[in-house]
Ligand binder design. Structure first.
Ligand code: NIG
Length: 393
């Protein structure tokens, strides 16, 4: 078991403090850290650094936790750039495009699905994403959803069952709900930790979503909800009622929705890359934070509404367009996101750097995390360690 001392850290963001405003608890200037056996053995001011077997000097750069991306749909086949182009020419996003991906995904082999998901996972990891969730939801039949769940489990840290993404063409709604809550759930549950439902006009209403989510919970899965993306769908209310881990999108919130979230344990996961690609209004992020709600940021990587794996892009957009501070955005993409997948605490906690915790971290080619928004679009992540292992320099 060898130890490695990392020096030359101009700014170490640990996000081990009590909240994004806890500057002293979250950041150390002129820092160093020691990695041993995939975990942080020591961190603190460089002047106090202990000896170690090897030494790496990062040359005056910023170090922060790896990104925690809690909303992706990585298992799919096909391409929807034509739909994207039409939307950029003035069309509005509607859930119907999902059917295009369902057809392509059903036609692909399991090997092709795994290969596609692996490619995106590798792309995300190289950009600093050391922990990632992936959903099913582009097969919508029993065998296909089970296949997607197996593929997701190959590449993701957490798998979510999203059979309730859309009712497939030609299938009776009631029959489909019985399938999702019966044989499909039974086939997917062994691979999944969460169940999700797209609670939206054109997808599933509140009653249908509740039925699906309760069936998943009875099968031992945690609850997540796609809510209030295209309108005030009632998804947020349902998520809070069911004490969901997270309600994702949240573009269309009433004041009552904001208050409900602020008074709940449900994290509002915001997806800025999707908002840009669908031209939906941004969620009221400032109002959520100011009211006391917990938020996370995620990519929503999928071929329809958000074909990006870049958490840095989401962080920059959240700062520049949604009026988060740098500290709030970086927190929401790391520690806040860890809350949204129940991995904030414990030996395998993610999203923060602390002694004894996992050495999941990234090095920026910049002296401070502020450069993530100050230099938007520039690929600043130049080094990634996952469980201490060098992924890139
Ligand atoms: O999170 N909103 C529902 N599901 C995905 C998009 C799915 C698609 O259009 O392919 C989302 O945006």
């Amino acid at each position: 078991m060898t130890s490695e001392l990392i020096t030359g850290i101009a700014e170490l963001t640990t996000n081990a403090g009590s909240g994004p405003g806890d500057v002293d608890g979250n950041r150390i200037a002129d820092a160093a850290l020691v990695i041993e056996d995939g975990r942080i053995a020591w961190l603190g001011a460089a002047v106090d650094a202990p000896d170690a077997d090897t030494r790496t000097d990062v040359g005056g750069r910023a170090v922060l936790p790896g990104w925690v991306d809690t909303h992706t749909h990585l298992v799919f086949a096909g391409d929807r750039s034509a739909e994207f182009e039409a939307r950029m020419a003035g069309g509005r996003y509607a859930a119907g495009g999902i059917a295009t991906t369902v057809a392509a995904t059903r036609a692909a082999s399991e090997e092709q699905l795994v290969a596609g998901a692996r490619r995106l996972r590798a792309e995300a990891l190289a950009q600093g994403t050391t922990f990632l969730e992936a959903k099913t939801g582009y097969a919508l039949d029993v065998g296909g959803e089970a296949r997607s769940a197996r593929a997701a489990a190959e590449v993701a840290d957490v798998v979510t069952f999203l059979g309730a993404h859309l009712v497939p063409a030609g299938v009776d709604r009631r029959d489909y709900l019985d399938l999702v809550t019966g044989p499909m759930l039974a086939a997917v549950a062994p691979f999944a930790s969460y169940i999700d439902a797209f609670c939206e006009v054109g997808a599933f209403d509140v009653e249908e979503s509740r039925e699906v989510l309760l069936a998943g919970r009875a099968a031992g899965l945690g609850v997540r909800v796609h809510g209030n993306q295209l309108g005030e769908s009632g998804g947020v209310r349902l998520a809070v009622e069911l004490e969901a881990a997270s309600v994702d999108h949240c573009n269309h919130l009433s004041d009552a929705d904001v208050d409900l979230l602020a008074g709940s344990s449900t994290v509002a996961t915001l997806l800025p890359a999707c908002d840009l690609s669908t031209r939906e209004p941004f969620p009221p992020a400032r109002a959520l934070i100011d009211a006391g709600a917990s938020i996370a940021l995620a990519t929503n990587c999928n071929p329809g509404t958000s074909y990006t794996t870049s958490m840095a892009y989401c962080v920059a957009t959240a700062v520049l367009q949604m009026r988060l501070t740098i500290a709030e955005a970086v927190w929401a993409a790391t520690r806040g996101a860890a809350v949204a997948v129940g991995r904030e605490h414990g030996a395998d906690a993610v999203g923060s750097l602390r002694v004894g915790g996992l050495a999941d971290l990234q090095v920026l080619d910049a002296p401070s995390v502020s450069h993530l928004a100050y230099r938007p679009g520039v690929p600043l992540t130049v080094g990634v360690r996952q469980r201490g292992e060098r992924v890139t320099a």
